[in-house]
Design a protein around this ligand. Sequence first.
Ligand code: CMP
Length: 137
Amino acid sequence: AIERTLILIKPDGVKRQLTGQILSRIEAKGYEIAELKQVSATREQLEAHYEEHVGKPFYEPLVEFMASGPLVAIIAEGQNVIPGFRSLAGTTDPTTAAPGTIRGDLGRDWGLKVQQNLVHGSDSEESAAREIGIWFA
Ligand code: CMP
């Protein structure tokens, strides 16, 4: 099915000037950039976005990291883009993410409390709808 997903280029990706490379990979895969903006996340947006992680040991450092600099919010559209972008992004930990993926090729392990792993992508149609509402209200 044609889906829409919410992608965030996290502050590490923006700071490292990887926005263009990450957008290229999304476009090269055939997904359309339907909306795109650079934003400084508010605490409220981040608490809503990461509500399922409240209470986990990495939650506070994660919210701090996501507020540490601008991020790029994207709505991407295409055939099965929700699982497709997750696959393009690679697994959470950049050390073991497969080569060929965004995290596997470009991600760095900084030895910090939070995996600074360059991108976020919605994991289901329900989260995509919810997350699009948070970032593109
Ligand atoms: P993401 O999957 O986009 O959303 C949750 C984020 O929390 C994840 O990316 C990582 O940045 C971070 N994260 C998830 N699990 C861990 C973990 N075990 N240790 C540190 N950070 C994590």
